[in-house]
Design a binder for this molecule. Structure first.
Ligand code: PEP
Ligand code: MN
Length: 337
């Protein structure tokens, strides 16, 4: 249930409602907007139904929530949530571009990428240190050494960095090195991992599972927000379909759908969605046109030598070209890059 307070509700009135929710053994999640305060009530549905709250002073209305997710829903938080990382403001007018190699391979490779990311006008550097590979024989990433290199790249360029965390035992350690934690498609429903990153302060980018519905994806985000971490960014990275022409099928319609259902920022990863460098820039532009809050793309100084995902990595020239095109599309749409 969601309690919408009147626009002039006082702090005491808000607190009385919260106290009554707590007295009933339920949880209250407060969302303060510019004009309105909204309180999400969480717990036993039966107890919620019996909660006498509608007549309390300062309460405008109560709304039952039929959707299984609450905290991430638009009803709960009608304004866009803006997640700030460095100078990136996900969920604002800004179209935020995150770029970097699939995997951190060496200092030279990462620094070359970082410099290009900065000069081309992107706002965040990505790089995998722990790679969740389909085959145990493939390159698994540099581990903590990769995190050290990411930290160094940040101190040289000033760019915030994001990396994937794959293990509950690594969450605190990884969070100490980077600015944003990534939960990969393969771990979207790793509920212990979601709970763990929910207890962290660092923003989390939650990728859509490869066979996850929009509702399952939002439920996964609900785990993180429920844990106390409201800084969640959703990332559409393509889903598995019968189509084999691309690595995955980019479900671009999920962008405007999720933007309506949820207040969380949504970005698109056209690299993993397509697996093909030739069409990454086209889908990046489409993502911007569809209302995404940003994109994440893979780049590499020499894609044919990449240890991971070379076929989908843009070389530096292609990346610069894409950035120039995106700036034009953004301008036409009244967005900034
Ligand atoms: C990645 O972004 O490095 C990655 C592994 O992507 P996904 O989890 O979407 O496959
Ligand atoms: Mn990759």
């Amino acid at each position: 249930m969601i309690v919408v307070m009147k626009s002039g509700a006082t702090e005491d009135e808000i607190q009385s409602v919260i106290d009554r929710i707590h007295e009933a053994g339920l949880e209250a999640h407060l969302s303060k907007g510019e004009f309105r305060t909204i309180i999400g009530v969480i717990g036993d549905e039966e107890k919620i139904d019996q909660l006498p709250i509608a007549a309390m002073p300062g309460v405008e209305k109560i709304m039952p929530v039929m959707k299984p997710y609450k905290l991430v829903s638009r009803e709960f938080h009608p304004d866009n949530s803006v997640v700030e990382v460095g100078r990136a403001k996900f969920g604002s007018e800004q179209f935020c571009v995150i770029a970097g190699p699939c995997a951190v391979e060496s200092e030279d490779q990462l620094m070359a990428c970082a410099e290009k990311v900065m000069t081309a006008g992107a706002v965040m550097l990505r790089g995998g240190a722990f790679k969740p590979r389909t085959s145990p024989y493939s390159f698994q990433g540099l581990g903590e050494e990769g995190l050290r290199l990411l930290k160094r790249a940040r101190s040289i360029t000033g760019l915030p960095v994001v990396t994937e965390v794959v293990d509950v035992r690594h969450v605190v350690m990884v969070a100490n090195y980077v600015d944003m934690l990534q939960i990969g498609a393969r771990n979207m429903q790793n509920f212990l991992l979601l709970r763990e990153v929910g207890m962290q302060q660092k923003p989390v980018m939650l990728k859509r599972g490869m066979s996850a519905t929009v509702e399952e994806w939002l439920m996964a985000a609900e785990y993180i927000v429920r844990g106390g971490n409201r800084n969640v960014i959703l990332c559409e990275r393509g889903i598995r379909t019968f189509e084999t022409a691309t690595r995955n099928t980019l479900d671009l319609s999920s962008v405007p759908i999720v933007k309506r259902l949820s207040h969380l920022p949504v970005i698109v990863d056209p690299s993993h969605a397509t697996g093909k460098r030739e069409i990454v820039a086209d889908l990046a532009k489409a993502a911007l046109a569809a209302g995404a809050d940003g994109i994440m793309v893979e780049i590499h100084p020499d894609p044919k030598r990449a240890l991971c995902d070379g076929p989908q990595a843009l070389n530096f020239e292609e990346f610069e070209c894409m950035m120039e095109d995106l700036k034009k599309v953004a301008q036409a749409l009244g967005r900034a890059i």
